[in-house]
Design a protein around this ligand. Structure first.
Ligand code: HAM
Length: 418
């Protein structure tokens, strides 16, 4: 076949009907479980002002400096949202959600956009689900966010995961640490990878996250952020670990875990899976106690996480987990002739009215072709109707699973169906 003239944008994919049931399954699961945790859904626009994302995530981050889809219209500059923490904070401030009282427990599901180099588990349009708790500085909130994240993967049966945990402390501790880290790296600056050299001045913490071989020896001997934490940060981190222990959630402390956005403070975490290959993060999150104020709201501590939905599906495939049910329909009406087709059309609405899913042929195909179609559609029952059946008021009612047929009036068929 010739190449299609129009295709999706590089790194963006269609979700086709054969795959949609796993998406519905996951979305339903997230909604049901989020309600159990008493979270409420929030939906924000796909586009945000560029300034919000730059301020929120940080000018020097990879996302903002390299991966943003941006465009302008007149005087206004927009981006396609690369994540939802900054937009949710914007919505919280703009709509005065603090006025609803208590801490706000919000969840979301939706598409995000990052112009990264596409590869397995990395797309330019991908989907996240996530939670944000606004208004609590208590380590209980951190524990609840992590507990929800773990709960979802456990429910699905994805077992091969590691929760990595770290504290990146408050800004003062971090500044002290940055100075120490730079002093440690400086004598070997020339030996660092090109990416790390670039990060040295503006974003030295991200050097800890480097995957480049030549950086390894210098990272391994680097001072540890954990040793620079203030007493308050240490206490908070200790509580988070204590609660996770109480909840039976295993974790591995990773002093090199720094996240990709500048808004993080205190707790940082990532859930990784060896089944994913190079893009091994299933989900990630942490505290961002200063972001609400940064964006123009009242000082409001907050914590959250987001998970990649495509990566969750990859993990399922690797583990042989099948999500979502098979495509099926309750009744297929097989019709022969115009009068039968009209009768079929009317009975379709009668059946649907009673909550039964029903379909028929729209292509005027032969009976054999329609029966084949009923099989393909995974129909539980078929009602076969031609001119004679209409005259007699009795129809062939076929149980497609048992391969049994009965001659019944439509009323009798309804009785069998209920
Ligand atoms: P993030 O680590 O940038 O955090 O993204 C969360 C998850 O989204 C990743 O662990 C990964 O599974 C998925 N993901 C990221 N980029 C891609 C991509 N290009 N293709 C496929 N999947 C991807 C955040 O977005 C933060 N907003 C999380 C958060 C919420 N922090 C606090 N609250």
């Amino acid at each position: 076949m010739a190449q299609p003239k129009y295709t999706t944008h590089h790194g963006m994919v269609d979700i086709l009907p054969d795959e949609i049931r796993k998406w519905h399954f996951l979305e339903d699961l997230i909604r049901t479980e989020a309600e159990k945790f008493n979270f409420e859904e929030i939906r924000t626009p796909i586009m945000e002002q560029t300034e919000l994302i730059v301020r929120g995530l940080g000018q020097m981050t990879d996302i903002v400096s390299k991966e943003i889809f941006s465009f302008s219209r007149g005087e206004d500059n927009y981006v396609l949202r690369p994540e939802l923490t900054a937009p949710v904070v914007r919505a919280y401030v703009e709509n005065r959600l603090d006025q609803r009282g208590g801490s706000q427990k919000l969840y979301y599901i939706g598409p995000m956009f990052r112009a990264e180099r596409p590869q397995k588990g990395r797309q330019r349009q991908f989907h996240q689900f996530g939670l944000e708790i606004m208004g609590s500085s208590d380590a209980i909130a951190d524990a609840e966010v992590i507990a929800f994240m773990i709960h979802i993967y456990r429910k699905i049966g994805i077992k091969n995961t590691t929760l990595k945990l770290n504290s990146i402390g408050d800004p003062e501790s971090r500044e002290k640490y940055k100075a120490a880290l730079k002093a440690h790296l400086k004598p070997n600056f020339e030996k660092l990878s090109e990416v790390s050299q670039k990060r040295f001045e503006n974003n030295p913490l991200r050097i800890l996250d480097s995957k480049e071989e030549e950086d390894r020896p210098f990272i391994e001997t680097a001072p540890l952020l954990t040793n620079y934490l203030s007493e308050t940060s240490v206490n908070h981190y200790t509580k988070v670990k204590e609660y996770l222990g109480d909840l039976g959630i295993p974790f591995v402390e990773d002093p090199y875990l720094v996240r990709g956005m500048d808004y993080y403070t205190e707790t940082a975490f990532e859930l990784i899976s060896p089944d994913l290959g190079a893009q091994d993060a299933l989900a990630g999150g942490g505290r961002y106690d200063l972001l609400v104020e940064e964006i123009g709201g009242m000082p409001t501590p907050a914590v959250g996480f987001a998970a990649g939905m495509e990566r969750l599906f990859i993990a399922c495939e690797e583990m042989g987990i099948h999500l979502g049910s098979e495509k099926k329909v309750d009744v297929y009406i097989v019709t022969l002739g115009d009068a039968a087709r009209k009768w079929g059309l009317l009975q379709l609405s009668a059946l649907r009215e009673k909550g039964i899913s029903a379909t028929m042929d729209y292509m005027g195909r032969s009976m054999k072709a329609q029966m084949k179609d009923a099989n393909r559609e995974n129909a539980r029952f078929a009602i076969i109707v031609g001119e004679n059946e209409l005259k007699e008021g009795k129809f062939t009612f076929r149980d497609m699973v048992k391969s049994e047929e009965m001659l019944l009036s439509f009323k009798e068929i309804l009785n069998v169906l209920f």
